[in-house]
Design a protein. Structure first.
Length: 313
């Protein structure tokens, strides 16, 4: 197990290095000059050149990359070109919204998907299975922003149970959680539908295995064999999907964040790109990539815990 962990840690480090190079290269190649954008089209060339020098944009890109990475290793994410504030503080503030939102959405998706997937697999080909497959297909097809607006109309405008948008801050935990309930539900719907379909398929595949027939021959019912035996062996594809879903929920919730006016990380990156704030874009995207790689690492550990044969390989 220690050797397996060492290999995964090395892969994680190499992935971060490759991601940092790719992110810096892409951001550097984006058309447009941040100095010209900040000063406006009427700025004098001498003023633009002076600002470029102050921002370090006149240096060769390898030197700029090494300077950026060296600062990151020291915990310095730089200063925003637009807001003149430390990028680390901006990312930390936005993660206080995006991370709880992603976790809430994933927990809701799993809470719905597991019983639904088990129900569908235990009634394969029957009316209950057909109804579940139709419902999950509808859940995948519905745009989450449309569902989000429907939730706002029902629960915020009509019933006035929950706020329609904004974030109250964690100074009042109850108000903060209320601010995230509707966005989390909107994000969880399509993810729950996908997860339920994957779980159903994995369970049906396990039903044809010899150990399932042996369990049934010993007197266990179909539902008991699914819950006690098939579910664990079906978890590897399910964990894969859940890891991908968490990464998507953390980085790809920008539409929902805009619908509910949430100050999340995705919205920060979108604003930074539109403002040509390269320091914010580079650092925030690298934080997201690091989070995705860390989630992948945890999923790999879960694989090894579920199936010891993976550690031997």
């Amino acid at each position: 197990m220690l050797r397996y962990l060492l290999h995964r840690v090395i892969s994680l480090g190499l992935g971060l290095v490759a991601a940092s190079v790719l992110i810096f290269a892409v951001v550097t190649l984006v058309p447009g000059d941040p100095a010209s954008f900040m000063l406006g089209t009427g700025a004098q060339p001498e003023t633009v050149a002076a600002l470029r020098q102050q921002m370090g944009l006149d240096q060769p890109w390898p030197l700029r990359y090494l300077t950026w990475v060296g600062a990151l290793l020291q915990g310095d994410f730089g200063q925003s070109l637009t807001y003149k504030t430390p990028v680390a503080g901006m990312i930390r503030d936005r993660m206080q919204v995006s991370l709880p939102l992603a976790l809430m959405a994933l927990v809701l998706a799993a809470a719905v998907a597991f019983p639904v997937g088990l129900f569908a697999a235990s009634r394969r080909g029957r009316a209950g299975d057909v109804a579940v497959m139709g419902g999950t297909q509808l859940g995948i097809a519905l745009p989450n922003f449309w569902f989000a607006m429907l939730l706002v109309l029902i629960f915020a405008v009509k019933l006035r149970w929950l706020p329609a948008g904004g974030f109250a801050g964690w100074g009042d935990p109850v108000a903060a959680l209320k601010s995230l309930i509707l966005p989390a539900i909107a994000l969880a719907l399509p993810q729950a539908a996908i997860l339920a379909r994957v779980l159903r398929s994995a369970l049906i595949e396990q039903q044809g295995q010899d150990y399932i027939r042996t369990a049934r021959a010993k007197g266990l019912s179909a539902g008991q064999t699914l819950r006690r035996h098939a579910l664990r062996n079906a978890m590897i594809p399910v964990l894969t999907i859940m890891g991908m879903q968490f990464s998507f929920l953390l980085a790809g919730a920008i539409i929902i964040e805009n619908v509910f006016y949430l100050p999340g990380l995705g919205r920060l990156i979108f604003q930074a790109i539109s403002q040509r704030d390269l320091i914010v874009v580079q650092s925030a995207v690298l934080v997201l990539v690091a989070a995705v790689i860390a989630v992948t690492f945890l999923v790999d550990l879960a694989y090894a815990a579920i199936d010891p044969r993976l550690r031997q390989r």
